[in-house]
Design a protein around this ligand. Structure first.
Ligand SMILES: CC(C)(COP(=O)(O)OP(=O)(O)OC[C@H]1O[C@@H](n2cnc3c(N)ncnc32)[C@H](O)[C@@H]1OP(=O)(O)O)[C@@H](O)C(=O)NCCC(=O)NCCS
Length: 329
């Protein structure tokens, strides 16, 4: 009765596709070949200008609620993981609450960049285990394409838009979250940075806009690649050791989807066959917090994850943040 269970998952990506060839056509100094070889990304989804993060979250939430046979009115807590909320005040979760028509729920955002979904699960786990809530909706949603400098070829090729969700409850029925683990390192977290928009640079000025401070900056992308791989590996080992299972006993690895070469490095170091990695980054790119939530939902829905499978979701993101969830399906 004390286990945290997943009752349903859902995801949504906007229909508009932006391919590597489209980026070439936009005049970006890049090629489909370069992007595919260095990242594994072939195309990404892009929300229309009038679509917000809470709109994508709403669609993913409805799908998760449907699978769980519950409604928004059954939710006691709604946690939205995002670094691209509709507005900072109100929170993205509050915009979502209004769309879901769930006035009974407590709602707030969790900001942990690409690790956000696992941080959200971790927070939900604490609320559930202390008995203060019954049903929790955890959603991760991002409109990353609105944060990009489309002339910065190292950064803008990587990102896309979308949302993933899960419904959690304590009990005997559903799929068990065996553990979640989260970590942060603020002292080394400035390499993936959106300098503008916060108290550091407000009020917004012509100068801050001219300097593109409101777009995502990736400094030392090479170094962040290596740090990411190290933390992914540590997170997998931590989840396995905590639950006293061997890494080779894990059936599926569904990491944050940043770069296919990161998956290959993890596979090589941990001696995991590449077939055990569930990949969506070729079609969606990096959707920050939503990446592994979407991949997880797609793996559930296409039957890749089977009953009793052991599924590991390792994540790494700006901040720095990292961690994992281990799930017995
Ligand atoms: C960004 C990333 C794909 C770059 O790949 P890389 O193999 O490290 O490439 P480098 O940065 O060494 O650049 C190699 C060359 O390609 C060029 N280049 C960069 N982006 C390019 C692009 N889109 N198209 C063509 N050339 C590009 C660079 O300018 C550089 O040229 P130079 O040798 O003349 O200076 C890779 O470092 C990465 O994925 N890093 C992790 C970033 C990340 O995902 N962080 C968040 C984790 S949540």
């Amino acid at each position: 009765m004390n286990a945290v269970r997943i009752l349903g998952t859902g995801s949504y990506v906007p229909p508009k596709i932006l391919s590597n060839h489209d980026l070439e056509k936009m005049g970006l100094d890049t090629t489909d070949e370069w992007i595919t070889q260095r990242t594994g990304v072939r195309e990404r989804r892009m929300a229309d200008p009038d679509i917000t993060t809470s709109d994508l979250a709403y669609e993913a939430s409805l799908r998760a609620l449907d699978m769980a046979h519950l409604t928004a009115k059954d939710m006691d807590l709604v946690i939205l993981a995002t670094i691209t909320p509709d507005t900072c005040c109100p929170s993205g979760a509050n915009w979502l609450q209004a769309k879901l028509d769930a006035p009974q729920a407590v709602t707030f955002d969790v900001t942990a960049a690409c690790s956000g979904f696992i941080f959200g699960l971790n927070v939900a786990e604490q609320y559930l285990k202390n008995g203060s809530v019954g049903n929790v909706l955890v959603v991760a949603s991002e409109v990353m394409t609105r944060t990009l400098d489309w002339t910065d070829r190292t950064t803008c090729i990587l990102w896309g838009d979308g949302a993933g969700a899960a419904i959690l409850r304590l009990g005997d029925e559903g799929h068990e979250i065996l553990s979640t683990h989260v970590h942060s390192d603020g002292a080394n977290g400035q390499d993936l940075l959106m300098p503008g928009g916060g108290s550091k640079t407000t009020p917004i000025s012509h100068e801050s806009v001219d300097k593109k401070l409101h777009t995502l900056n990736m400094i030392e992308a090479n170094a962040s690649f290596r740090v990411a791989v190290r933390h992914f590996i540590d997170s997998i080992k931590e989840a396995a050791a905590f639950n006293e299972v061997a890494v080779e006993d894990i059936d599926w690895f569904i990491p944050h989807q940043a770069n296919l070469r990161m998956f290959q490095s993890m596979a090589k170091t941990l001696k995991i066959p590449m077939e055990k990695f569930y990949v969506t980054l070729h079609k969606y790119g990096n959707i920050s917090s939503a990446s592994c939530a979407i991949a997880f939902d797609e793996a559930v829905r296409d039957g890749s994850i089977r009953e009793n499978n052991l599924v590991c979701l390792p994540v790494f993101g700006g901040g720095l943040t990292w961690g994992s969830a281990l799930i017995r399906w």
